[in-house]
Design a protein around this ligand. Structure first.
Ligand code: FAD
Length: 332
């Protein structure tokens, strides 16, 4: 997080108050055309100075190469901090160790450690889950691999010509984890979701990003409960502009949330794509403003690999460094 990450922002702030930080999520492209379009999207997102850009990772490891390619592009062509999602479901200790090392070797120092879901149709069980059974164990492993790969180094001790000091300092890695304001679909109770978050904190996570949700009060209530239970790291709300009925359907599939009938009806009765898009952006601006006013430490925007809608949301919230800099069309 930037140094502003914990500073609540909201209505009534002085004009010089720090800008609410924001970040974006991308996924690795799934076709040659999407791969060709993605660099332009990344450039547009990077131009507005996000705190970080995260890149998702296929639970089966299917996207290892393509995720890493996107992360490398961000590292090599922008000044933005890339965050690698990593999953551990189905991996052995050795495989997970190798994966983490590969990403650290590529220069990645920010991770979003998630467990991942077993393949569709496969029931959860010890053999399916692999050696690491939870995201908290993956957080621990990332810290361990990072500590192990620090090269041995000694330095001279000033004033003691024959003494050598062994350097034990290591670079700090940022490890984010997932949080579920309305509960993980498999969680038995709200307290289990908070306990899971506390376990991730104990394992060394220092940031959480939430699953999509529709109502700001769900996030604000969850954060209040988490803080009361002892969660100290910032919890970033995940937001997605729902710009079409199809996007809404996809969002419901991803999040398992209940259908928000008011938004669904507005999108369904609007006949034009342009009108639907405006409804989705307006709705996201409203949600984002309520979150900021409620003390959210930043905004994490799910982009669906398109820059225009998320930049319009940030513009509407007055968060872009140069207001109204969205001029180009989305890549097809
Ligand atoms: P965990 O924290 O391990 O928890 C999973 C469930 O198990 C929870 O219900 C928890 O309460 C329960 N649980 C954990 N430990 C115990 C225990 N000891 N006893 C009992 N119950 C327990 N998936 C991907 O495949 N790739 C991605 O890139 C990706 N990115 C994501 C980004 C965000 C911001 C979010 C919110 C989700 C993302 N996911 C991704 C989805 C995620 O992998 C799934 O939601 C998965 O089911 C849970 O992951 P987790 O990290 O929350 O798991």
């Amino acid at each position: 997080m930037s140094e502003h990450a914990n500073a609540p922002a909201g209505a009534g702030e002085p004009a010089c108050a720090p800008r609410t930080p924001f970040s974006f999520e991308l996924y690795p492209p799934r076709s040659a055309a999407a791969a060709a379009a993605l660099p332009a999207t990344i450039d547009r997102l990077a131009a507005v100075d996000p705190d970080f850009v995260s890149v998702t990772y296929g639970a089966s490891g299917s996207s290892r190469t393509s995720s890493l390619e996107v992360l490398r592009y961000i590292l090599d062509h922008t000044s933005v901090n890339p965050m690698a999602h990593l999953t551990c479901v189905g991996s052995s200790h050795v495989e997970a160790n190798r994966l983490i090392r590969q990403f650290l070797d590529a220069g990645i120092t920010s991770f979003l450690a998630v467990r991942g879901d077993p393949p569709a149709g496969v029931a959860e069980g010890e053999s399916v889950l692999g050696d690491l059974h939870s995201a908290a164990e993956l957080v621990q492993l990332i810290h361990r691999v990072q500590a192990e790969r620090v090269p041995y180094e000694e330095v001279a001790v000033p004033g003691l010509p024959f003494a050598r000091e062994v350097k034990t300092e290591r670079h700090r890695v940022r490890i984010a984890v997932a949080a579920f304001p309305n509960g993980h679909p498999r969680s038995r109770s709200a307290s289990q979701d908070i306990d899971t978050l506390l376990a991730k904190q104990a394992a060394g996570a220092n940031l959480a990003i939430t699953q999509l949700f529709f109502h700001p009060e769900d996030y604000l209530r969850f954060v209040q409960h988490a803080k009361a239970a002892g969660v100290e790291f910032p919890i970033l709300p995940g937001i997605m502009p729902v710009t079409s009925p199809a996007r809404l359907k996809r969002m419901l599939e991803l999040s398992g949330e209940d259908l928000p009938s008011d938004l669904a009806i507005r999108l369904e009765i609007e006949p034009t794509e342009r009108g639907q898009r405006e409804i989705g952006i307006e709705w996201a601006i409203d949600v984002a403003n309520q979150l900021i006013a409620g003390g959210a430490p930043g905004l994490h925007l799910y982009t669906f690999n398109q820059h225009e809608a998320v930049l319009s949301v940030l513009d509407g919230c007055g968060l872009l460094p140069v207001p109204g800099i969205i001029t180009e069309k989305e890549p097809a």
